[in-house]
Design a protein around this ligand. Structure first.
Ligand SMILES: C[S@@+](CC[C@H](N)C(=O)[O-])C[C@H]1O[C@@H](n2cnc3c(N)ncnc32)[C@H](O)[C@@H]1O
Length: 446
């Protein structure tokens, strides 16, 4: 029998259960907070061989920490009078991840504290602060109510400039309702190829009024029944609305401009359209192709700048433009940290270029849907108002309540769609709400 190679070092003790998930969570937080990585990218390259359950737990820790970061930082600064040591930038992620588990997750206190101390010890940057991690987290665990006392989560966890914008656009009460939803972990929404009731039953979920299946689960999506078989894809209930505004697309030539990672391309292809999917990001198009292959759907995929794309004219066009994505903070809480007020104007200028070009890709008589997952009117309502004022050959084709079941609450007086995260309250917040989206349907008349 082959002998194992001799080593002069004593064997390392095996890592305690749950260590890998916490390591990934702390590394992810460090990359997002200190190295400008997005939440999505931080988990795109998770270490090979990692158990999907560890990955899912790490993701929940990081997303929850980002969602509640203002509250968490206030808690920590109360307990650390001298602040965080500059010499150990990785200490804050260790403390944030530990405090998140103690305050906002269903993790036993001894595991949250013990594993945070283990993580601190395992890293040269933080090893000297393991005692501090232990002391701070134990104090939080001892009296959790006292730790957060007097901190208003709605003020602490939402950047002031966003709160002010939402209050100006929708009123103070609605702005507060939007911020309140961001504090809560979102449900998993999926679009199914067929038979939502069957999938709701199989996944112990529910069918929402517009046909999306909503599932409350915290495990890895890839392990759920029907994922590998390509029976459904992940898509927020609001994100599923814009493509449906094009009506019956069976046999129509439809361009999906700004298509990746392909949620709306999949809807159009599944509805029988002949889809041309355009995006300028090769990496994101690779994900679109992967998604279509899993779903056994097809589209012509073109890597191009929509502002230069000369294809068509098409029977219908969907332009799901790049935007600030402030309607998706509940799912992408890193956006609240990375976006700046000036980004709105920059993005609005890009959207104006894209919408002007996209409308020329539509056949006379054909429809175009313009959508963004932003709550900012400059990226939605104002874009369409500007286009309609500048182009007498384009008119609004108002959406009516009888077209799509359950869509009535989201139709604006002009006949556009506006969804807000605080809408659709269905009992507990965990099963309520949807992303903030804007969509308008336009027709080219000559
Ligand atoms: C909101 S996401 C699209 C989401 C997609 N429609 C879906 O449902 O899965 C916006 C996309 O626009 C792409 N994009 C940004 N600027 C672009 C441009 N000038 N031309 C083409 N694609 C662009 C981005 O790469 C990104 O994939």
């Amino acid at each position: 029998m082959k002998q194992p190679p001799r080593s002069s070092h004593p064997p390392r003790p095996p890592a305690p259960a749950g260590f890998a998930a916490r390591r990934l969570a702390v590394d992810g937080l460090d990359r997002i907070l200190h190295h400008n990585t997005t939440l999505e990218d931080a988990f795109e390259t998770a270490p090979a061989g990692l158990d999907p359950r560890d990955r899912a737990l790490a993701y929940r820790i990081v997303a929850t920490a980002l969602r509640r970061i203002g509250t968490l930082r206030a808690v920590l600064s109360r307990l650390m009078e001298r602040g965080l040591p500059k010499s150990a930038p990785r200490l804050e992620p260790v403390l944030l991840a530990g405090a998140t588990q103690l305050l906002f997750m269903d993790v036993p206190d001894h595991a949250a504290v013990g594993l945070s101390v283990d993580i601190a010890r395992s890293d040269r940057d933080t090893a000297g602060f393991a005692g501090l991690v232990n002391a701070v987290l134990r104090r939080i665990a001892r009296d959790k109510a006292a730790a957060t006392e007097g901190i208003d989560p709605l003020l602490a966890d939402t950047p002031g400039w966003l709160r002010e914008r939402w209050a100006a656009a929708y009123g103070a009460e609605t702005a507060r309702a939007i911020a309140a939803m961001h504090a809560v972990e979102p449900p998993l929404d999926i679009t199914v190829k067929a038979d939502p009731a069957l999938w709701a039953e199989r996944l112990s979920g529910e069918v929402l009024p517009t046909g999306t299946v909503r599932v409350l689960q915290a495990g890895p999506v890839r392990l759920l029944p029907g994922f590998a078989e390509g029976d459904w894809w992940v898509q927020d209930a609001a994100a599923a609305l814009p493509a449906r505004l094009l009506g019956d697309v069976k046999g129509l030539q439809v361009a999906d401009l700004c298509a990746a990672p392909g949620g709306k391309t999949a809807q159009l292809a599944a509805a029988g359209a002949i889809v041309t999917a355009v995006d300028r990001s090769g990496a994101r198009l690779a994900r679109l192709k992967e998604n279509l292959a899993r779903l056994q759907l097809s589209a012509t995929v073109i890597e191009a700048d929509t502002a230069q794309f000369a294809g068509g004219p098409f029977d219908a066009v969907l332009l799901d433009a790049p935007c600030s994505a402030t309607g998706t903070l509940r799912r992408h809480p890193d956006i609240a940290l990375s976006k700046r007020p000036a980004d709105i104007g920059t993005l609005a200028a890009l959207q104006a270029r894209l919408i002007d070009h996209a409308v020329d890709r539509v056949k006379v008589g054909g429809l175009m849907v313009y959508s963004t997952c932003s709550l900012e009117p400059e990226e939605g309502e104002a874009q369409v108002a500007r286009l309609l004022a500048a182009r007498p050959d384009v008119v609004r084709a108002p959406v009516t309540a009888d077209e799509i079941e359950g869509i009535a609450p989201f139709i604006t007086p002009q006949g556009d769609i506006r969804t807000l995260p605080g809408q659709w309250m269905r009992g507990e917040k965990e099963r309520s709400g949807l992303d903030g989206f804007y969509a308008a349907r336009l027709r080219r008349i000559r």
